[in-house]
Design a protein around this ligand. Structure first.
Ligand SMILES: *Cc1c(COP(=O)(O)O)cnc(C)c1O
Length: 404
């Protein structure tokens, strides 16, 4: 069976993890701090905080901004549930908007969705392909959008406008107009979950790039406290001689990254551009070359003169396929010993969100993308021979179901 996205765990990662295990320091410590510095250097942003997941990163940024009941947060309908769930956790209203042809949030839909209650927009770089950040950044800074914004907290007053919180769970290493994700907007959150491009088993990071008058190092310090029980000292600081006493200054959360996780991330990041992305790009190119020969294929957009994906998800769409036909094609592909997937079932289609009154018929492009999409295996050890097996399984399965 060809798997969908197994991790690439080699001796280098094992050695680095063993080094941590033998070091006497397992939780947040020197390796996490080093990983944060390396990430900051890689992305070019101002300050980076590592956490135990991207979900935690998204939620703590909403809470840092003071998002609460009565507020609205704009989220694409076509995303993983985490993007919307964190808004629910804060008691705010999720305002779903539809997507464009490239699977990313639709700018006109965002414009129409903004009200005097909008506090945050959470664009998602689907499959690793960056959203239109210049347009989004300009939009929240336009006079009429700014004048609608009502600041309820000190932080909101300081920003004076809607915050853009990028869900970049897929897109570390992607570029937009020559810059990497992490510097494209106010705050960018990466995921290092096991199936993501760059993994720490579980994990995530907040890349801070807030404009003046924010001091991103100070925000980093605030977030360290918020994500570790509101303690004014972390575990490592407390081990310094005589430094046992600490205070709790708020009822904080428990979201910190461990040094075991960071040791995996350090190895992953060091080879990310030279090895991981090169390999993933090669796989994307071979898929596109093969499937463009078939007139039933809709090839995903992943590179143009301004943007380049991080090659996370290869989302092939089958022209004319209904949801039922797509499901049959997937069953046929699995019969041929190849694992494929669907990213994503739009969030408004999930039972919980349906029970809250959301209806997929309000997001027709999200449904049109979902109904005929199949995401294909992309991983480091997928060699050209296995790739040919995947392509053959997909082509034959589409032909069997669609009769083309
Ligand atoms: C994976 C994913 C997340 C959540 O990442 P975790 O690190 O598992 O919390 C959020 N948003 C999107 C779009 C994702 O694919």
């Amino acid at each position: 069976m060809i798997p969908f996205s197994p991790p690439h765990i080699d001796q280098k990662i094992i050695d680095e993890v063993v080094d941590t295990l033998k070091s006497g320091w397992l939780t947040t410590g020197p390796k996490t701090k080093r990983f944060e510095k390396e990430l900051t250097k890689y992305c070019g942003n101002k300050s980076t905080l590592c956490l135990n997941s991207a979900t935690a990163g998204l939620e703590i940024m909403l809470r840092w901004f003071g998002v609460k009941e009565g507020d609205e947060v704009i989220v694409p309908a076509y995303t993983y549930c985490a993007t919307a769930n964190v808004v629910m956790h804060c008691g705010a209203k999720v305002v779903f908007v539809d997507i464009s042809e490239d699977f990313n949030i639709n700018l006109n839909a965002v414009k129409k969705a903004i009200t005097e209650n909008t506090k945050v927009i959470m664009p998602v770089d689907y499959g690793g392909y960056p959203c239109d950040y210049d347009e989004l950044n300009t939009l929240v800074n336009t006079a009429d959008v700014k004048s609608l914004f009502s600041a309820d907290t000190e932080v909101q007053k300081r920003l004076g406008r809607i915050l853009i919180l990028s869900d970049a769970a897929h897109s570390i290493g992607a570029t937009y107009k020559g810059n990497k994700t992490g510097v494209l907007t106010d705050v960018t959150v990466f995921s290092f979950h096991a199936v993501k491009n760059l993994t720490t088993a579980e994990g995530g990071a907040i890349a801070l790039n807030l404009p003046e008058p924010f001091n991103n190092d100070e925000v980093y310090q605030e977030l360290c406290i918020k994500t570790l029980h509101g303690q004014n000292k972390d575990a490592l600081a407390k081990t310094k001689p005589g430094a046992w006493r600490y205070d709790v200054i708020e009822a904080g959360y428990k979201m910190n990254m461990t040094d075991i996780m960071a040791s995996i991330g350090l190895v992953e990041l060091a080879r990310y551009d030279q090895e991981t992305l090169v390999k993933r790009k090669h796989i994307f190119e071979l898929y596109s070359k093969a499937f463009s020969k078939n007139n039933w294929s809709i090839i995903p957009e992943y590179i143009n003169s301004e943007k380049e994906t991080s090659y996370h998800l290869y989302a092939l769409r089958i022209k004319g396929a209904s949801e039922e036909q797509r499901d049959m094609i997937i069953a046929k592909i699995f019969e041929k010993q190849v694992s494929v997937n669907v990213h994503f079932v739009p969030v408004p289609m999930m039972s919980f969100y349906k029970s809250k009154g959301y209806d997929i018929s309000n997001y027709p492009e999200s449904y049109n993308h979902y109904k005929n999409v199949i995401t294909l295996p992309v991983y480091f050890d997928l060699d050209d021979e296995k790739l040919a097996t995947v392509i053959d399984a997909v082509v034959r399965s589409v032909e069997e179901v669609m009769g083309v």
